[in-house]
Design a protein around this ligand. Sequence first.
Ligand code: HEC
Ligand code: HEC
Length: 211
Amino acid sequence: MTFRLGPVTVLAVGLLAAGSLSSTANAADAAKGKVLAYTCHGCHGVPDYKNAYPSYRVPKLGGQNEGYLVSALNAYAAGERPHPTMHAQAATLSAEERADVAAFLSGEGGLPSKDVAGTPPPATQTCVACHGADGAKTVAPDYPKLAGQPADYLLHALKAYKSGQRKNPIMAGIISGVDEKDFQAIAEFFSKQQALCTTDQVVEHGNCQAE
Ligand code: HEC
Ligand code: HEC
């Protein structure tokens, strides 16, 4: 009996271990992310909450692409994207927790696409190839949606790429060919499009809803 049960027991334990291993490697856990996101609401969930010096509204996160949220949080954690507060926020989370919080904030599938609002300024012609005509249908999952971000945040981001404060090889190449006098019109255009909820909302059934 013992001889026959032994290998069976070992096999069962082996299967259990394999099961828990594969669940660790599985997709991020949005339910855990929801709990972790409570600390984020203090800034991202407050309408018109502003960064001080320089003053600009904090970016919206609800409905943003999951892959982009992960890469942004990783960049803050590593100090590659400089911002003391966000460095502190991101660095206290493990890589797994950053993925969990990104899964929660992105919301399953995001919002349905809307018609383009207003006339795109000529300077946005090169942008739409990656960010989408509406600033929402991005060509890659780790490219950010721009649609609906506060105009002053977008303006700050464009200036940060231009000055080299924010380093990203793709955007650095793009922004070198864009005249700074066009930044305001670009920022206002993308800000008028709609693809993001505030952080105190999540995307549920294709709508922004309070948590
Ligand atoms: C004290 C205020 C504050 C808190 C708390 C805070 N953030 Fe931020 N967050 C900011 C500011 C300000 C920025 C813009 C920084 C910059 O210009 O790079 C930002 C930027 C971000 C970005 C970049 C978005 C983009 O479009 O590039 C992400 C992602 C982010 N925060 C996630 C989080 C998460 C997740 C938490 C909670 C764990 C959190 N933040 C907590 C203030 C805050
Ligand atoms: C070849 C693809 C590509 C093109 C073309 C492109 N972008 Fe980007 N954009 C990216 C990527 C990738 C990122 C994320 C970079 C990072 O992590 O900092 C980004 C980030 C941004 C951000 C920061 C968003 C945030 O939430 O912080 C802004 C603003 C932006 N792009 C505006 C523009 C504008 C305006 C144009 C046109 C003049 C443009 N982009 C053209 C790929 C592109």
